[in-house]
Design a protein around this ligand. Structure first.
Ligand SMILES: NC(=O)c1ccc[n+]([C@@H]2O[C@H](COP(=O)([O-])OP(=O)(O)OC[C@H]3O[C@@H](n4cnc5c(N)ncnc54)[C@H](OP(=O)(O)O)[C@@H]3O)[C@@H](O)[C@H]2O)c1
Length: 263
């Protein structure tokens, strides 16, 4: 079955200023979708839009600032997107982050709140805003970017793992609610992907971030984005409900094969 084109789609992508979100926007633009990019960093959003237009001839791109944790910002992003690009037919809930690696006994509660707000509560709030339209039109795709951390929690990451377990549970519950509607709910659980994720997690400490991927071959954001695009371009009666995407060098969260570093 050839890939379906997404020429009639309007994809709203959160956290599209870097990493997986940007790569997904690029793949969806290649497939013909109008893409709406949202994130907090305006300079990076502008660069993302420029790159999309350079790489995809005729790309239809709209950017607007978005802080997924701010109700007014979410409402303004959706209103601007609807006015410019049209109603959302694909939403990619990608904005997310991990902060620190700490034992629960040493948890920084502000960081835990930020992870739960960004990774879980904003997904619920954006879904609340966008789902009524999808249900009324009987057409839509809800893409959730979870993590292997949601199903294989690890020490020193409890709050992040809990947030991603919540994303997985939310996706399953939503899928059950939408049975009988032409609205798919597709959850992707990546393993180690080399993006700005670890840099953010370690507060900009480049050496600590690099150590995460040292000696192994991590996934790239494009690897994940291609899986998302593959799922979205299946015929509408096919729902790739859950996809675990690991680097070949990674066995879940507990074992990573690393080669000795040169020198
Ligand atoms: N990298 C991995 O190994 C990995 C593995 C499994 C799952 N994931 C998940 O993949 C998703 C994307 O992460 P990534 O790896 O691509 O990391 P990344 O390069 O750090 O990208 C994170 C994106 O989220 C955005 N973001 C963060 N807080 C936001 C907020 N309050 N409002 C709007 N946007 C916000 C960031 O944009 P601004 O800073 O410009 O707002 C950025 O565009 C996350 O949900 C992450 O948990 C990553």
């Amino acid at each position: 079955m050839p890939n379906r084109r997404l020429d009639d789609d309007v994809a709203y992508v959160t956290g599209a200023s870097s990493g997986i979100g940007f790569a997904v926007a690029l793949e969806l633009a290649r497939a013909g979708s109008f893409v709406v990019l949202g994130a907090r960093r305006q300079d990076r959003l502008r660069q993302a839009a420029e790159r999309l237009r350079t790489e995809v001839a005729g790309a239809r791109v709209f950017t607007h600032p978005l802080d997924v944790n701010d109700a007014a910002s979410r409402a303004a992003w959706i209103a601007a997107a609807e006015a410019t690009a049209g109603p959302c037919s694909i939403v990619v809930h990608n904005a997310g982050l991990a902060l620190g690696r700490r034992a629960v006994a040493d948890e920084d509660l502000r960081e835990a709140d930020t992870m739960l707000d960004t990774n879980v509560k904003s997904v619920i709030a954006l879904s609340r805003a966008l789902l009524p339209g999808m249900i009324a039109r009987n057409r839509g795709d809800v893409v959730l970017i979870g993590s292997v951390a949601g199903s294989e929690p690890y020490a020193l990451g409890a709050a992040y793992c809990a947030s991603k377990a919540a994303v997985q549970a939310f996706g399953r519950a939503l899928r059950a609610e939408l049975l009988g509607k032409d609205v798919r709910v597709l959850t992707f659980d990546p393993g180690l992907v080399e993006t700005e994720f670890s840099l953010v997690r370690f507060g900009g400490d480049r050496a600590a971030a690099d150590k995460v991927y040292a000696g192994m071959r991590p996934l790239t954001a494009v690897d994940v984005a291609e899986c998302v695009a593959f799922a979205l371009t299946r015929p509408r009666h096919v729902s790739l409900d859950r996809m675990l995407i690991l680097a070949t060098d990674q066995l879940g969260t507990q074992a990573v094969h690393r080669r000795p570093l040169p020198g």
